[in-house]
Design a binder for this molecule. Sequence first.
Ligand code: ADP
Length: 622
Amino acid sequence: MKKQFKTESKKILDLMINSVYTNKDIFLRELISNASDAIDKLYYKSLTDRKVKLDKDDFCIRINLDKENRTITILDNGIGMSEQELDENLGIIAKSGSSLFKEMNEKNKDINIIGQFGVGFYSAFMVAKEIRVLSKAFGSDEAYEWVSDGADGYSVSKATKDEAGTLITLYLKDNTDTDNYDEFLEPRRIEGIIKKYSDYVKYPIIMLKEVEKEDSKEKKLEDETINSMIPIWKRNESEVTEEEYNNFYADKFYDFEKPLKVIHSSVEGQIAYNSLMFIPSHAPYDYYTKEYEKGLQLYSNGVLIMDKCADLLPDYFSFVKGLVDSEDISLNLSREMLQQDRQVKLIAKSIEKKIKSTLEDLLKDNREEYEKFFDAFGMQLKYGIYSSYGMNNEALQDLLLFYSSKEKKRITLKEYVANMKDKQDKIYYASGESIDKIDLLPNVERFKDKDYEVLYLCDYVDEFTIQALMEYEGKKFANVASENTELDEPEEKEKLDKHNKDAEKMFEAMKKALPEVKNIKYTNKLKNHPVCLSTEGNISLEMEKIMNSMPTGESVKAEVVLEINENHPIAKELETLFKKDKDKLEQYTKILYNQARLIEGLPIENPTELTNLICDNLIKEK
Ligand code: ADP
């Protein structure tokens, strides 16, 4: 009976049949990788289940090319698949792939997004018009065959096969004017692909090859192992080429963009392990979602025992991909025991150090690359600080970058502190929607005028991060919009205090018009602007905006202060009105307050009232 592929699988299939990848070679890598995984599973069973007795040396993957029938076969003696598994595994695209289409709309069939998934088995349809998968699950007496030409669905029927394992037969597509599929029947071509992508596969990949007999010109066929079988991570760093690392990365982690950084290390001492880790050059499409799973592959002396060992990576370095191989890790290590495992803890600690120092070096030696890294994963580092309530400050603070008003680019906190003015004891920052908008804020103006550097925070986590940091190298952070930051000389301060005291009664009258405002006062920090807002307490206006936009429905209020430029003509005007026309004073107060809100990018509570007020005053002006 013919069955149809699930819709999502069908879309992937269409993409594959019509060859979205220009690089068709990868089909072989995918099938070999599946074969190797299947052997891994059986080998693991033989190591952990006493009833299963198998010899590691018997495991192998065989490739056979048949020019006459135009077929390629890939045979493995791994775990095999039952009837149900054939149906489930090959009828539906790999689980990771199914969420692909949620992300990918019709227009956005971006190859790089596709590349992030194990399209795996389906990639064989790039070169094959029909595929047969004959399989016998280990321990079962029955074999089944899955057959499909891609387009018309697939069928599974009973078959015969002696040994457990899987035999995949690809019937190559017919050659066309532009594509020559016969090349995949050439032993040299296939050998080249295996060497390039699958050299490190642990099990021998065997091909029959013609060799000349020593004493005669006659040729005979002999088995030849094509791959070196040495895992890349066990090789010496100096012997591995960049291309090999990149291919390995693409193969294992489904990312067809080169990694930003490769971290290959071999550690000895208290605990011995090899590790090969990669920092991706971009965030995976699901990185900042709940679906993303962090973790490194964990090998016990070359045997994969866990695909995503989360305990090996702290959350803030969750973007790192890679693997760890250690003889000190027990083969029987279970998920439940992981967290208590001393060895795992030691490795995790050592790995964290290694990642951190790699990032520090990158920051020091290649700023451009580091900024690229920070664009992709900086958010995670900041999140790491604020979600731990400051516990990770030490580990992460020197990896942060913030935009600087002076440098017009991103700087580290260390760089900020090194450039602080003589008597400056605080790290100043301003927050807002974008660099440009922050740059225009009235509060920022004065700091820039007095030659203070201001950090511009425009990521929504920034200010929360700063609050969790509290201080850096003993210097407290201060929001330029928060009224407790004083740049004044003592005389200036005295003058302003006096002016404020004299106007106390007027401010009281004005406050009647603005019950929502905590305070009204004069400021000397504005140059051209008539008014600005500042806050008292811990919640800034930007934080108020962010927290109120969160789906949790929490509502917070910043304690707002309306500041009026004491040197602006409006100050005199207000004082006159206070004496002559209290009604109008209230109207002006409302207008000015809303003006300040507009500049800050805050919503106007009552736009109708405001526009009417403005209009009234325009008319009465005459
Ligand atoms: P992925 O390998 O990313 O899971 P694939 O589409 O390549 O996705 O394969 C789907 C599933 O089919 C695999 O997860 C595996 O369970 C099964 N499978 C594929 N090839 C083999 C094989 N040679 N032997 C046993 N199982 C296999």
